[in-house]
Design a protein around this ligand. Structure first.
Ligand code: MYA
Ligand code: JJ1
Length: 388
């Protein structure tokens, strides 16, 4: 059933519930001298390319490949449209390897036809901090699907990760593969309900009119929490302490240091937004929330071509109720003209989703680890990791 995945060091369906299998690495590392030195063979018409996202031309090629061929919803109405600035940010964290930004070109015309990436991360699994690659942006051009290119690309990125002496990976997908560590639900909070309904993202509820719907989702003009402000560079040490302490309660979570926080959470226009609460009395940083910008193309609508979506990222509270903090996040997202605010049911998100009028989406997100067995699947609330 899974001719490729059955050959890989991942939890297999047949082993689910086998309590004799230990948690941890499935295969031991091999000496680096035993890692294959040459790239895997592609079908003859194609060749490998390493993509330099600092090159404006290469970045445009990657952007266009993804804009036209990346992830769609189950009814093919929307397609993720990651911006170039976002791709550069996502792929250039501290310690990134250019060799992990892998493209496939057609030999004849040098057109970019496929892509896969890894970035390094330290991920904590229970007590163990594991160096991993986060794998993302796997994409094969629509015209080249079902030719078994994806397994070759996955093997090639694996080889290049191994060359850096890293033996585990984390990734997410909308499809079920062997075997999820957890399965999360997408939730959506309408900010611009009229547009969402017009483009088919949501529907008018039963016994609802457009004007009642608009009223239902109305938000105040400005955040309610005293001391709520945008995160700045000087906040990195305090935010790092807050976040490290908060993430320590989850079974799987990133191990962020100050450099990671500066990269992943310092606000960057049209990429990532972060806000915090600075106590007006003590000037302590007590709470933090963040979201990233990921628009989707609207396929085949006469009026609108882009859906502007914010995705909940990392949120931490010590003083402000999480419900109030996230309502402030919705307020600033609305002010920035987002159409919808999306969140997964990870971490403590369940505690605010229903009350803040999020509704469940038709999409799920499965989380996976490569070469690391979990004895049991996690609950989404035990997961402290958000991938882009
Ligand atoms: S998830 C986002 C994936 N991208 C999309 O959904 C965009 C639109 N779709 C496409 O571009 C293609 O359909 C893709 C498959 C490229 C997805 N993850 O070449 P094929 C398996 C893993 O004939 P195609 C993201 O980016 C499938 O089960 N495997 O198929 C994270 C089958 O294997 P098996 C997948 O449709 C990616 C084989 O591929 C996925 O032309 C993490 C068929 O290949 C998927 N999303 O191309 C990658 N979809 O027969 C793994 C299909 O066994 C990383 N397949 O069922 C692993 C860690 C690596 C590093 C390790 C370091 C130590
Ligand atoms: O966005 C998603 N679904 C939307 C649109 C559905 C359009 C028809 N299929 C949705 N809308 C309902 C919103 C409504 C608002 C008011 C309250 C009730 C709810 O459900 C879904 C997620 O739900 N997105 C996708 O399907 C995109 C793919 C998700 C898998 C991503 C894989 C990523 C790989 C990353 O590495």
């Amino acid at each position: 059933k899974h001719a490729f995945w059955e050959t890989q060091p991942v939890g297999q369906f047949k082993d689910l519930g086998d309590v004799s299998l230990p948690e941890g690495p499935i295969e031991p590392p091999t000496p680096l001298s035993e890692v294959k030195q040459e790239p895997y063979n592609l079908p003859t018409p194609y060749e490998w390319t390493t993509c330099d996202l600092d090159s404006e031309d290469t970045c445009t090629e990657v952007y266009n490949l993804l804009k036209n061929n990346y992830v769609e919803d189950d009814e093919n109405m929307f397609r993720f449209n990651y911006s170039k600035e976002f791709l550069r940010w996502a792929l250039h964290p501290p310690g990134y390897y250019k060799s992990w930004h892998i493209g496939v070109r057609a030999k004849t015309n040098k057109k970019l036809v496929a892509f896969i990436t890894g970035v390094p991360a330290r991920i904590r699994v229970r007590d163990a901090i594991v160096k991993m690659a986060e794998i993302n942006f796997l994409c094969v051009h629509k015209k080249l699907r079902s030719k078994r290119l994806a397994p070759v690309m996955i093997k090639e990125v694996t080889r290049r990760v191994h060359l850096e002496n890293i033996w585990q990976a984390a990734y997410t997908a909308g499809v079920v593969l062997p075997t999820p560590i957890t399965t999360c639900q997408y939730w959506h909070r309408s900010l611009n309900p009229k547009k969402l309904i017009d483009v088919g993202f949501s529907r008018l509820g039963a016994r609802m009119t457009m004007s009642r719907t608009i009223k239902l989702y109305k938000l105040p003009d400005s955040p309610a929490t005293p001391g709520f402000r945008k995160m700045e560079l000087r906040d990195v040490p305090a935010v790092t302490r807050l976040l490290r302490n908060y993430l320590s309660q989850f079974v799987v979570a990133p191990d962020f240091d100050e450099n990671d926080v500066e990269h992943w959470l310092l606000p960057e226009e049209n990429v990532v937004d972060s806000y915090l609460v600075e106590s007006p009395e003590t000037h302590d940083i007590t709470d933090f929330c963040s979201f990233y910008t990921l628009p989707s193309s609207i396929l085949g609508n006469q009026t609108y071509s882009i859906l502007k979506a914010a995705y909940s990222y990392y949120n931490v509270t010590t003083k402000t109720p999480l419900l109030q903090l996230m309502n402030d996040a919705l307020i600033v997202a609305k002010k920035k003209d987002f159409d919808v605010f999306n969140a997964l049911d990870v971490m403590q998100n369940e505690s605010f989703l229903k009350e803040l009028k999020f509704g469940p989406g038709d999409g799920q997100l499965h989380y996976y680890l490569y070469n690391y067995r979990m004895r049991n699947a996690l609950k989404p609330s035990e997961l402290g990791l958000v991938l882009l």
